[in-house]
Design a protein around this ligand. Structure first.
Ligand code: F6P
Length: 319
């Protein structure tokens, strides 16, 4: 193993830069040459790469986003696209690849590893929707951002005696809503993993209002319900003025938390070690506070389990 490449793909996640820094510096420490691939798998297809040295990753551990740029590549989903990427990897004599991203990125990595390219994956997605790891890089930072937004919204909601429906990201996964809702003391958390009961929500808002509560924060995971319909129902039935806040991409940026930086650093360093030691297809995870790795195919097959007991705790504490 002499030369490796590293890329970031899919939606960016705070902490990707910290992982990149760890990959580049661990590789240099091991005497390897490192190429940084621009804009995800598209850069691999086009051969859009730059040599990374120690200073190329200076001053980025604390920055959100990814200095390499990212993309969701449609071309890489085709056989032709994969062939083009393989060709570039062969011509540039790249012996191994580290990819940072979510499940789509890992599916792409699996295709390359099946065709003989040694690959190590670092889970990076704010959604935390990968079943094989307790946490993905970026999730804790996004959750922190949402919890902060909830606190701010509670201030103004209490002042006006309003309800607030806060829509958060997560694709089909309710983890951002669950963690930020609990941490932010939200009255109601709505996630795609649990059937939404509008009547129960309205009863809860009314109950709170009748005992003098000045606000009601509903954290709604995207896709789990329509925030405007929920807002209208609250205004009509509970007669509580309601506002909708869609947090959107604000959740994807910002300074990564210490947790994300440390996990990203450990994972980046392990990714290089795995390739250096001849491993061919590994997905890195954190399980029970230990950084471990599993075959990529096993990682992708592991079902994501929703923490129903945590939602129950949140519900119990928000009576
Ligand atoms: O996967 C990360 C994520 O932010 C999801 O939570 C969200 O559904 C999606 O990406 C948004 O995608 P885009 O950035 O392409 O709008």
């Amino acid at each position: 193993m002499k030369k490796i490449a590293v890329l970031t793909s899919g939606g960016d996640a705070p902490g990707m830069n910290a992982a990149l820094r760890a990959v580049v510096r661990s590789a240099i420490y091991r005497g390897l040459q490192v190429l940084g691939v621009k804009k995800g798998y598209n850069g691999l297809i086009e051969g859009n790469m730059v040599e990374m040295d120690v200073s190329s990753v200076a001053d980025i551990i604390h920055r959100g986003g990814t200095i390499l740029g990212t993309a969701r590549s449609d071309e890489f989903k085709t056989e032709e696209g994969i062939e083009k990427a393989l060709d570039k990897l062969r011509v540039l004599e790249i012996d191994g690849l580290v990819v940072l991203g979510g499940d789509g990125t890992m599916r792409g990595a699996l295709e390359l590893s099946k065709r003989g390219i040694p690959v190590a994956c670092i889970p990076c997605t704010i959604d935390n929707d990968l079943g094989y790891t307790d946490y993905a890089v970026g999730f804790m930072t996004a959750t922190e951002t949402v919890a902060d937004a909830i606190s701010r919204l509670r201030d103004t909601s209490s002042s006006h005696g309003r309800a607030n429906v806060v829509e958060v990201m997560g694709r089909r996964c309710g983890d951002i809503a669950l963690y930020s809702g609990l941490a932010g003391g939200a009255e109601t958390i709505v996630v795609p993993e649990v059937a939404f009961d509008l009547d129960a929500l309205l009863r809860k808002v009314l109950r709170g209002k009748n005992r003098g509560k000045r606000h009601h924060i509903i954290v709604l995971a995207e896709g789990a319900g329509n925030p405007y319909e929920i807002s209208e129902a609250i205004q009509k039935t509970a007669e509580m003025e309601t506002r909708v806040t869609i947090l959107g991409h604000v959740q994807r940026g910002g300074t990564p938390t210490v947790f994300d930086r440390i996990m990203a650093s450990q994972m980046g360093s392990m990714a290089v070690d795995l390739l250096y030691n001849g491993e061919k297809d590994r997905a890195i995870a954190i399980n029970c506070n230990k950084i471990v790795s599993v075959p990529i195919e096993d990682a992708l097959k592991t079902q994501k389990l929703f923490q129903h007991e945590l939602l129950e705790t949140a519900g119990m504490l928000a009576i």
